[in-house]
Design a binder for this molecule. Structure first.
Ligand code: SF4
Length: 290
C-alpha cells in the first residue's frame, strides 16, 4: 500500500557539502563539538541527501492491507524481510481475517511460518493477536500506539511501522539499522531505542519521520553495513563524523555497495556517471552543473 509518499527527489538539493574526495578521516567538524542547531541542520541535510539517494524508499515487507502488515512485521523479528516475503503469500492466502488467526490450528500455523525462525513464539503471538483483535477491536487493527502495543508480538517499533505505513501517521522506526546509523552519524549517542526515537523526533520534521526511517534503513542495508560500511563510496560521507569506519578507497568501497539502484548511489558519491535511462536528480544536477 504504503500510505506515505516519497519526497520528489528532483526537487531536492544538497547544500554546500564538499566532494567526497575532500572528506578526511577523523576531521569532521561535528567531532569538535556541535551546537543543537548545527546538529539539527546536519540531520535535515542528511535526510534530504537520503531522499535523493532513495526516492522510492518504502517498507520492504509485502502487504496489501493493515492486518497483513502487522502480521508481516511480527514475523520480521529476528528475520530478514526477504525471508518474510517468501512466507507470507501462502500465509495470507490461508489466513485472511483476525478471526482466521484467532481460530488457527497452532501446529498448522507454525509449519507455514517456520522459515522465519522462532516460529512457535510467533505462532502464539499471531493467534493471541487475532483473539485480541476480535474481542476488543471488532476484528480491525487499531491505529492508536497504546492499542497497537497491547497486541502480542507488537512493540513500539512494530507499532510505528504499522502507523506510518498503513495509517499515514508519522513515526520513527528504531530498528537495528536505524540505531546503528544515527549513532555513526553522531546524531545521538543513545543506545536505548525509545531514547533514540525521542532525540531524532526533535531533529527531524514530524512529517518526515516515516520516510526518514525508510531511507535510513535503506542506507543501512545498501551502503552503511554493520560490519563493513562502504565509507569511500558513501554519498553521506561529507556529513558523517564516522567516515573511515569502513574502507575509504573508492574502488574497494564501491564493491560493498549493493541494491538495485547501486549505480545511482555511486553517482551521488561522485563515482561514475548517471546511466542512460536514469533521471538526473537535483543532487547530480548540482554536481554536473558545478
Ligand atoms: S558508510 Fe561510512 S561514511 Fe557512510 S554513513 Fe556509514 S559510517 Fe558514515
Amino acid at each position: 500500500m504504503p500510505a506515505s509518499s516519497p519526497t520528489d527527489a528532483t526537487a531536492i538539493t544538497v547544500p554546500d557539502t564538499p566532494p567526497i574526495a575532500r572528506v578526511r578521516v577523523g576531521k569532521h567538524r561535528a567531532l569538535k563539538g556541535e551546537t543543537e542547531l548545527g546538529r539539527t541542520r546536519r540531520a535535515r541535510r542528511i535526510n534530504r541527501a537520503l531522499a535523493a539517494g532513495y526516492p522510492d524508499a518504502h517498507c520492504e515487507l509485502d502487504f496489501t492491507n493493515t492486518l497483513e502488515l502487522v502480521v508481516a512485521t511480527v514475523l520480521s523479528a529476528q528475520c530478514t524481510d526477504v525471508r518474510v516475503n517468501q512466507v507470507t503469500p501462502a500465509l495470507f492466502a490461508r489466513y485472511r481475517t483476525a478471526e482466521d488467526y484467532a481460530t488457527a490450528d497452532e501446529a498448522e500455523l507454525q509449519e507455514i511460518i517456520r522459515p522465519t525462525g522462532f516460529y512457535k513464539a510467533k505462532a502464539g503471538h499471531l493467534i493471541g493477536m487475532g483473539r485480541l483483535l476480535v474481542t476488543d477491536y471488532g476484528g480491525e487493527v487499531p491505529s492508536a500506539l497504546e492499542d497497537l502495543v497491547r497486541l502480542p508480538g507488537v512493540g513500539r517499533k512494530t507499532a510505528h511501522v504499522v502507523r506510518g505505513n498503513a495509517f499515514g501517521i508519522p513515526g520513527l522506526t528504531v530498528d537495528t539499522h536505524f540505531g546503528r546509523l544515527v549513532r555513526r552519524l553522531k546524531l545521538t549517542e543513545e543506545e536505548d531505542p525509545v531514547k533514540v526515537e525521542r532525540v531524532l523526533a526533535k531533529l527531524i520534521e514530524k512529517k518526515e519521520w516515516t520516510m526518514f526511517s525508510h531511507r535510513i534503513i535503506f542506507h543501512g542495508r545498501r551502503v552503511c553495513h554493520a560490519r563493513k560500511p562502504a565509507c569511500g563510496a558513501c554519498f553521506l560521507a561529507p556529513e558523517c563524523p564516522s567516515f573511515g569506519l569502513g574502507p575509504v578507497e573508492p574502488d574497494q568501497a564501491a564493491e560493498l555497495v549493493t541494491g538495485d539502484n547501486r549505480e545511482h548511489l555511486l553517482c551521488l558519491a561522485g563515482l561514475g556517471q548517471p546511466g542512460e535511462n536514469e533521471e538526473t536528480t537535483g543532487v547530480e544536477k548540482e554536481r554536473n552543473d558545478a
